[in-house]
Design a protein around this ligand. Structure first.
Ligand code: AMP
Ligand code: MG
Length: 401
């Protein structure tokens, strides 16, 4: 059976590249940048004053001057004044340094009387102190953001500071989620004792949204061959990515692989050596659509979404690869089956500042209530069946950071 590493590799190899779109900078947060953002000007763009106080010439100070007639006031945004010899200019934080001035004394260390400012006795004056020199952060034209960066609120500040009102980002893919199962009833509908609330559709949709993919829709279809054919034909045509939940196991009503084959979706793999999520099916549609058919068990569906679907979307968006994360197991785990184990965990930390992964038991891959307390899951290699406390393992968080 396919290993988890080979399955992820096969998914990424089948993944196309989404096109780029130009969006308003205000809509760019969470999207993957497809352009370089360069500095519009030097930063700071002028010699910037960092204190409220006075500015004067060091040569006057060297000549013994300690009391300076105030020539003028220059606030942030004011045009640069030319300082006259033997004078000072009152300056405000964020103002440009007046021409001919090279010393600043903060307002706390001066006294102002009769139109002149006097420096406190014993205050040590130094040239260029409290000054943020032009270009000292970066020069005009510097590459501040590069393609592949997922735009954060901090990057929004950079984009605005570069004077950009629009940026190129990866197009948001159209994703259709189709859940299947006769036993499933959505919230808001009357339910019989033998029926189950349908939760995978809303959960997968929310997971996608929390990773920045907003163009998702969810439809529920019963385990009926004709209904499945009609829905999948329609949604396949309209989507970049189709995500199915349920109907990929060996039961009599598990029609999904058959219907996908009829619609010309090429099977890339069916079944991965993992728990949960062994029945995972993955294929590619006639127009290059990615098709993920997830097992219906809620824990399996979420783990498979996070493990395969989210990385595929990130790759297709051109997002920078995220470096692997690790955590040390907080407790021993024994897992005898020869399968990779994706064990849900809660992250805690110890007094040494280490991230520890505390296993959270889910009774079956259908028991998803316990997942709420977890931050993600750890990946336990299939070659091993015993993992002592302290073992360093790969960590996959549900939500990206
Ligand atoms: P299946 O993969 O279709 O055999 O489903 C496996 C188990 O997961 C069954 O017990 C289903 O009732 C349950 N299940 C399937 N789909 C969903 C869903 N969308 N929401 C909640 N439970 C589901
Ligand atoms: Mg089913």
């Amino acid at each position: 059976m396919l290993t988890t590493a080979a399955a992820l590799e096969a998914v990424l190899a089948a993944t196309p590249s989404f096109s780029s779109v130009r969006v308003a900078a205000s809509d760019a947060c969470g999207r993957v940048l497809r352009q370089v953002v360069r500095a519009e000007r030097d930063q700071p763009p002028f010699d910037r004053v960092m204190m409220d106080g006075i500015a004067f010439a060091g040569s006057d100070y060297d000549d013994g001057l300690r009391r300076f007639p105030i020539q003028a006031m220059q606030a942030a945004g004011d045009a640069v004044l030319v300082l006259e010899k033997g004078h000072c200019i009152e300056i405000m934080t964020g103002a440009a340094m007046p021409a001919n001035a090279n010393c600043i004394v903060p307002v706390e260390h001066i006294t102002v009387a009769d139109g002149a400012a006097e420096i406190e006795a014993g205050y040590e004056v130094a040239r260029d102190r409290h000054l943020h020199p032009q270009g000292s952060d970066y020069a005009k034209g510097a590459y501040l953001l590069r393609p592949g960066k997922r735009v954060s609120p901090l990057d929004i500040a950079i984009i605005a500071s570069c004077g950009e009102t629009e940026v190129d980002v990866a197009a948001d893919p159209v994703i259709h989620i189709v859940s299947t199962g006769n036993e499933l009833v959505p919230a808001g509908m009357p339910i019989e004792p033998q029926q189950i609330r349908m939760s995978n559709g809303p959960a997968i949709k929310a997971l996608l949204e929390s990773h920045g993919y907003r163009r998702n829709e969810h439809t529920h279809v019963s385990d009926d061959l004709d209904a499945l054919r009609a829905h999948l034909a329609l949604h396949l045509k309209e989507s970049d990515v189709l995500v199915l939940s349920g109907g990929v196991s060996m039961g009599q009503a598990d029609f999904v692989p058959q219907v996908l084959a009829e619609l010309g979706v090429e099977t890339i793999f069916h079944k991965v050596s993992q728990r949960p999520g062994k029945p995972l099916w993955f294929g590619k549609g006639p127009d290059g659509q990615l098709v993920f058919a997830l097992p219906g068990n809620p824990v399996s569906a979420l783990v498979c979404s996070r493990q395969y679907l989210i990385p595929a979307l990130a790759r297709a968006s051109g997002a920078d690869a995220t470096p692997p994360a690790f955590a040390a197991l907080a407790a021993r785990i024994v897992f005898p089956p020869e399968l990779t184990c994706f064990q849900p965990v809660k992250l805690i930390s110890n007094a040494a500042g280490q991230a520890l992964a505390m296993p959270v038991k889910t009774n079956t891959s259908g028991d998803f209530a316990a997942l709420s307390a977890t931050d993600g899951y750890v990946e336990l290699p299939r070659e091993q069946s015993e993992f002592p406390a302290g073992t360093a393992v790969f960590l996959h968080r549900w939500i990206a950071h």
